[in-house]
Design a protein around this ligand. Structure first.
Ligand SMILES: [Zn+2]
Length: 337
């Protein structure tokens, strides 16, 4: 395609899609597969979720995604002609071009899945594929805690720690589309082994999984708590217990805050971002988690680096993935328009 022809197509494309009102955001997780209709202001109008059959073959999950999109279009009572396109946020490694999921630890049978092509062709709509942590970060920057921020770093505290970095209003993806692995920042040189093979990564300590493990170790050592060894212990429940005055839960939340503070000192020194956003079930503990984070930053970081950086909790919560995937699509189309 020559240059003029290419530009003509782009103009035609932008004219058609600029009139359309709705975006579809998909958040593909190891537990839930969620889809939503999002308007151009980042508001979810309808959403729908099903359980992910994480051990299914890639074709089965691809089909589920397509069925979910068809379902949400039907439930939302919108015509396909009103849809700008589809944004998909996925865990795992995505190829440089942003077309294929190379590998996803939560979806073991997914290898080299050309999901962008599958969905785009099925619905004949523009489609983008983005890493889920990047999508969530973009959502918070678009309409959430970091609205209007020029630079933002997001940490999602879950099974691991997902990271997203936005610099000068753009996601920083790195040379091979694998940047922002903040969870694998070493904070303890001789710490426990991480799933990545390294030692002492921040996610060993401060992910939801890491925090639950440390809490269970305290219970095993005989510390008293309102939560018992045989209870189903989650980061959210530890946070709730801490808020209600449980001393053992509180000590774990504070320790988690100190670990996160150390990681953030590193982030602040390297990037000097406008905003750092924290997400995940444990943010329910509010100031109990935030205070030790801020204390560590004030104690350890260079004042010139941290003085204007805001540390905030996620505003979009579990909707960040859907909204962010839709927002990434919009951003992509605006760039290409
Ligand atoms: Zn690691």
């Amino acid at each position: 395609m020559d240059f003029i022809e290419k530009n003509r197509k782009i103009c035609l494309f932008s004219k058609v899609y600029s009139l359309r009102k709705y975006l579809i955001g998909i958040d593909l997780g190891g537990t839930n597969l969620k889809a939503g209709i999002v308007d151009r202001n980042g508001k979810i109008l309808h959403q729908f979720s099903i359980k992910t059959d994480a051990n299914a073959e890639s074709q089965v999950i691809s089909r589920q995604i397509c069925e979910l999109v068809a379902e949400i279009i039907k439930k939302g009572r919108i015509g396909q002609a009103d849809i700008v396109g589809i944004g998909l946020g996925s865990p795992g490694l995505i190829d440089k071009k942003g077309e294929t999921i190379l590998f996803s630890p939560n979806l073991p049978k997914w290898h080299d899945v050309p999901i962008k092509k599958v969905i785009g062709e099925k619905f004949d709509l523009p489609c983008i594929l983005e890493n889920d942590a990047n999508a969530a970060a973009w959502g918070e920057k678009w309409v959430g805690a970091g609205k209007n921020a020029n630079s933002l770093v997001m940490l999602t505290l879950g099974t691991g720690i997902g990271g997203g970095i936005i610099i000068d209003n753009k996601l920083w993806r790195g040379m091979n589309n694998v940047a922002a692995e903040i969870g694998h920042m070493t904070i303890q040189a001789d710490g426990p082994r991480c799933n990545c093979g390294n030692y002492g990564c921040i996610e060993v300590y401060a992910s939801a999984t890491g925090m639950v493990r440390r809490f269970k170790e305290l219970l095993e050592s005989g510390k008293a708590s309102s939560l018992k060894k045989n209870d189903e212990i989650t980061a959210k429940r530890i946070s709730e217990a801490a808020v209600q005055g449980d001393k053992t839960a509180l000590s774990i939340i504070e320790e988690t805050g100190r670990y996160l503070g150390i990681a953030m000192v590193n982030i602040i020194h390297i990037l000097n971002p406008e905003v750092i956003v924290l997400a995940g079930g444990m943010i329910g503990s509010g100031e109990l988690l935030m205070n030790p984070i801020k204390q560590i930053i004030e104690k350890r970081a260079l004042k010139a680096s941290y003085k204007d950086t805001k540390i905030l909790f996620s505003q979009l919560g579990t909707d960040a993935g859907i909204i962010g995937a839709a927002g990434c699509l919009l951003k992509e189309l605006e760039i290409s328009a």
